[in-house]
Design a protein around this ligand. Structure first.
Ligand code: NAD
Length: 478
């Protein structure tokens, strides 16, 4: 196993240590695996100055040249896949097979956005003789980006690739708990020839960093992925400066299982997907609404596959689920399960912490969970599924929409009329039928309601990082 990387800040094209550093912990063993330098205000000011200078250079760099840096960085990360995946499993705990796939997904974001960099077309608006109206899309400026710990490499990839493909410069504050993924992105871009200042990477006290950066004049966009509570706070800070935001926040994904579906296959696929990344995914399938005629069969098959999930250290062969990423999640899940049980939910499997070393939690399935249970409203962000019977598709859609979130939603059916009713009726940014895949680099991803706004990926993605400028040009003075 290669060793965990030596952690640094990355400012103006240089690697930097600081006077203060804090430990990074392996959640499977609770052992310290590295020391992370924390930025002081002076480091942040250096990053701001570098990002301003970097923007002047990068926004004037031809899109094909920008694209080439992105593609070359992705190629380097593909070559370094094993090294990056190893670091991710060390700091996050997920099985190494899932970490390897995450690295590839991160590279795909770079590759897709590289292509999009060359396609930020404007348009010509028809007008009278001697007059042209031309719409241009130009990079917005310096982006302050904040990425979370659940996908240490692919989450920051999404933001960094989109912003720099569009011609922006970035100050990224990645997660202090899982810093190596972002560090590897900076390393690959550095090695691929990204000019100094275009990407700056900082770590530290999250609230201090966001408060300091968001109020600065050069920062023209705040891009955040994380909880709705923090997203709301950052949106309010940004509003004081009229700075736009891109917010990818929490979810509480419903899964509607209709009576015509292949019950066993749908149940097994649900149980496997639920436990991916130990359920710490904003699109994780969570509230299962199953037609009452197939409810028992579905719940039995789901519970039996969930209970078979192999839990352990992500480096052990065949492990399907690692520990939770931190002890906060263990405490939060324990509380949610206890509350649901007290309110009458049946715990069909799991429900407790596993062992006394590492933040392991049992794959957990609750059935017949009352709407009043906290977990039916709050995002569990863990290996916890709730399965309830419904009498009709209308009831399922009503329940799907009954939470403030609207990120991903899933349906299982072969009936075209059911599909149509789900597409029309479900309040979510992403609806998937007969698949639990919610987003790909080439599809736009984002939420409605408290799940945020703006889209990442697809042909829509780069527009968050650009302004629209209309130019009216008369050939004679009028
Ligand atoms: P949290 O709300 O404290 O933190 C979420 C993320 O925001 C972390 O990466 C954290 O470093 C960052 N953050 C916190 N305060 C900040 C601030 N003032 N300025 C800038 N960044 C700040 O919660 P947590 O315990 O880390 O995670 C719990 C919840 O977060 C989960 O239940 C889930 O809802 C949400 N979450 C969502 C995603 C996602 O992909 N949408 C990812 C991770 C966490």
């Amino acid at each position: 196993m290669s060793t965990y990387p030596d952690l640094h800040l990355y400012i103006n094209g240089e690697w930097r240590k600081t006077a203060r550093d804090l430990p990074v912990i392996n959640p499977a063993t609770e052992e310290e695996i590295g020391r992370l330098p924390h930025a002081e205000k002076s480091d942040l000011d250096d990053a701001l100055e570098a990002a301003e200078a970097g923007f002047r250079v990068w926004s004037q760099t031809p899109p094909v040249e920008r694209a080439s840096v992105l593609v070359n960085a992705a190629a380097l990360m593909r070559k370094r896949q094993e090294e990056i995946a190893t670091a991710i499993t060390q700091e996050h705990g997920k099985p190494i097979t899932q970490a390897r796939l995450e690295v590839i997904r991160g590279c795909e974001f770079f590759e897709w956005d590289a292509g999009e960099a060359t396609r930020t077309y404007g348009r010509v608006i028809p007008s009278g003789p001697g007059v042209r109206h031309v719409v241009h899309h130009q990079p917005i400026g310096v982006v302050a980006a904040f990425s979370p710990w659940n996908f240490p490499m692919s989450q920051p990839s999404r933001k960094v690739a989109g912003a720099i493909a569009a011609g922006c410069s970035v100050i990224l504050k990645a997660s202090e708990e899982t810093p190596a993924g972002a560090l590897h992105i900076a390393r690959a871009l550095h090695d691929a020839g990204l000019p100094p200042g275009v990407l700056n990477l900082v770590f530290g006290e999250p609230a201090e960093i966001s408060e300091h950066l968001i109020k600065q004049d050069p920062v023209r966009l705040v891009a955040f992925t994380g909880s709705t509570a923090v997203g709301r706070h950052l949106t309010m800070l940004a509003a004081q400066h009229m700075t736009p935001v891109l917010m990818e926040l929490g979810g509480h994904a419903p899964v509607i299982v209709c009576e015509d579906t292949d019950v066993e296959t749908a149940a097994i696929s649900g149980a496997i997907r639920k436990m991916r990344n130990a359920g710490q995914v904003c699109t994780s399938p969570t509230r299962f609404f199953v037609h009452e005629s197939i409810f028992e069969q579905y719940a039995d098959a789901f519970v039996s596959r969930a209970a078979e999930t192999i839990v352990g250290n992500g480096f052990e062969p065949n492990v399907e689920m690692g520990p939770l990423a931190n002890d906060r999640r263990v405490a939060a899940l324990t509380e949610l399960v206890d509350d649901a049980r007290d309110q009458g939910a049946e715990v069909r499997t799991g429900g407790s912490r596993l062992g006394d070393k590492g933040y392991f939690f049992e794959p957990t399935v609750l059935v017949n969970v009352p709407d009043s249970a906290r977990v039916m409203q709050e995002e569990p962000f863990g290996p916890l599924a709730m399965i309830n019977p419904v009498a009709s598709l209308d009831e399922a859609i009503e329940k799907a929409n009954s939470v403030p979130y609207g990120l991903a939603a899933y349906g299982f059916t072969n009936r075209a009329d059911y599909v149509d009713r789900m597409i029309e009726g479900i309040e979510a940014g992403n609806v998937s039928i007969n698949t639990l895949e919610a987003s790909l680099p080439e599809t736009p991803f984002g939420g409605v309601k408290h799940s945020g706004y703006g889209r990442e990926g697809g042909t829509e993605g780069l527009h968050n990082y650009m302004i629209t400028k209309n130019v009216s040009h008369s050939l004679t003075i009028v």
